[in-house]
Design a protein around this ligand. Structure first.
Ligand code: MN
Length: 191
């Protein structure tokens, strides 16, 4: 097996109440695992077998793109959180957020609005463009900003499987709760 699912750097119940242990069990334990298993099955014996995951994402189409991108997105998503990290951005990232969104509060509001406003399943992203400007993007299904040449810094999963056990249809509440577990040291390291 080429890609192994990385262990989470925290226990299954460490993100509660923002994300329950039960949701981590399903979302990480079943959904993320399935994308990685499918990815391994689809690249076997193909030209994609020796490519880096990011390279597969920008080159593949159809089911391989979907599973490669969903594998990458979920790993990126779960590694954004920690039970006791920095709860606010600092340094140059903070300056860029203030510059491009007005304030950290305004950024959080715009980010949740973008997630709530996405019809159906998908992802909302904070990205850095080639000029260093920060932008919020959103995309359906397995969308990934790498295909647009952007640098992803932060993402919230807005597929129902990410929140339905804990929040049912209340997507806005589910997204707002994630601010309690984002580790901004991790986000800054990606910037
Ligand atoms: Mn998901």
């Amino acid at each position: 097996m080429k890609y192994e699912q990385p262990e989470l750097p925290y226990s299954r119940d460490a993100l509660a109440p923002a994300i329950s242990a039960e949701t981590v069990d399903y979302h990480y334990g079943k959904h993320e695992k399935a994308y990685i298993d499918n990815l391994n099955r689809l690249i076997k014996g193909t030209e994609f077998e020796d490519m880096a995951l990011e390279e597969i994402i920008v080159n593949a189409k159809g089911p391989l793109f979907n599973n490669a991108s969903q594998a990458w997105n979920h790993i990126f998503y779960f590694f954004t959180f920690s039970p006791n990290g920095s709860r606010e951005p600092g340094g140059d990232l903070r300056k860029a957020i203030d510059r491009d969104f007005g304030s950290f509060e305004k950024f959080k509001e715009a980010f949740v609005d973008a997630g709530v406003g996405l019809f159906g399943s998908g992802w909302v992203w904070l990205c850095r463009d080639d000029d260093g400007k920060l932008i919020i993007t959103q995309g359906s299904n397995a969308q990934n900003p790498l295909t647009d040449g952007l640098t992803p810094l932060l993402t919230f999963d807005v597929w129902e499987h990410a929140y339905y056990l804990d929040y049912q249809n209340r997507r806005a509440d589910a997204l707002k709760a994630l601010w309690d577990i984002v580790d901004w040291d991790v986000v800054e390291s990606r910037y």
